[in-house]
Design a protein around this ligand. Structure first.
Ligand SMILES: C[S@@+](CC[C@H](N)C(=O)[O-])C[C@H]1O[C@@H](n2cnc3c(N)ncnc32)[C@H](O)[C@@H]1O
Length: 247
């Protein structure tokens, strides 16, 4: 019997044995701890592998986080890719009061740029850390700019139809995607729907990238399952905000 066949037999026996006896369920109280250790270690390895990449901005390591520092990354990206003067299709997932979409509306001045904001506008559809379902609810923001449009509802309901209707329109320009829904489910869903429309040179920004069990996990599963290469281009707040170019 070859080594491979023996290995397969042992693996199969061990797996069936564990399923039948439920032995590992003795460790169930530690599930969260094991999950934390495993996933946080993946994040730590990723950051230490990428912290010296040639990024437009990078403040790793700094002891105190300043949320507004994400705008340093926004500015660096906008300057580097000339987004102030070239048309762009900006898609934002997680709009809330509109702070970030307003920043990009004010910065990307080209009349052909278009801005699409997706949100429940009724708050988070599930809890996230200390935030409960329904937190962060806000009315659709007033932006006074007819280049912007908003899509109310969970992405799982709104995004597919939007893409069916607008795919050729959004693809006329570089895609600038801002993922700021915080949640693993929402982020992975948005990425997987957008995948067929992504092109080399598109930009994807994550607002809470270094949250090990949410946006980072969505990034990891998306890049692993879709074999897509996202090249890091900028990071702020110890990779809390991180941006990538589709390579
Ligand atoms: C952190 S807030 C967005 C902040 C905003 N980008 C800013 O800079 O001010 C996150 C938003 O994501 C939205 N959200 C999360 N998951 C969603 C989903 N599956 N569908 C629609 N909206 C979602 C929530 O309603 C919430 O308003």
């Amino acid at each position: 019997m070859s080594l491979k066949t023996t290995q397969l037999k042992i693996t199969k026996f061990a797996k069936d044995f564990l399923l039948a006896t439920r032995l590992l369920q003795l460790l169930q109280p530690f599930n969260k701890l094991f999950g934390f250790i495993y996933n946080f270690n993946l994040l730590t390895s990723w950051i230490h592998k990428n912290k010296k990449a040639n990024l437009l901005t990078n403040d790793f390591y700094k002891p105190v986080r300043s949320y507004d520092d994400r705008e340093k990354s926004f500015t660096a990206i906008s300057d580097h890719y000339n987004l102030g003067t070239t048309p762009v299709s900006y898609l934002e997932f997680g709009v809330a009061h509109g702070n970030s979409i307003k920043w990009w509306l004010a910065t990307c001045k080209h009349p052909d740029s278009r801005f699409y904001g997706f949100d429940t506008f009724e708050g988070l559809p599930e809890s996230w850390g200390v935030f409960d379902k329904g937190d962060m609810h806000s009315p659709i923001p007033e932006v006074n700019d007819n280049r912007a449009s908003f899509y109310k509802g969970i992405f799982q309901d709104t995004l597919h139809g939007f893409l069916m209707e607008n795919s050729s329109k959004i693809r006329q320009h570089r895609l600038l995607i801002h993922l700021d829904a915080d949640l693993f489910s929402a982020t992975l869903f948005a990425l997987s729907q957008l995948y067929p429309y992504l092109r080399k040179g598109d930009i994807i920004m994550f607002d809470e990238f270094n949250v090990y069990d949410h946006e980072f996990m969505a990034y990891r599963l998306f890049t692993e399952c879709f074999y897509i290469n996202l090249k890091p281009i900028s990071a702020q707040n110890n990779f809390y905000h991180a941006a990538f170019e589709v390579a």
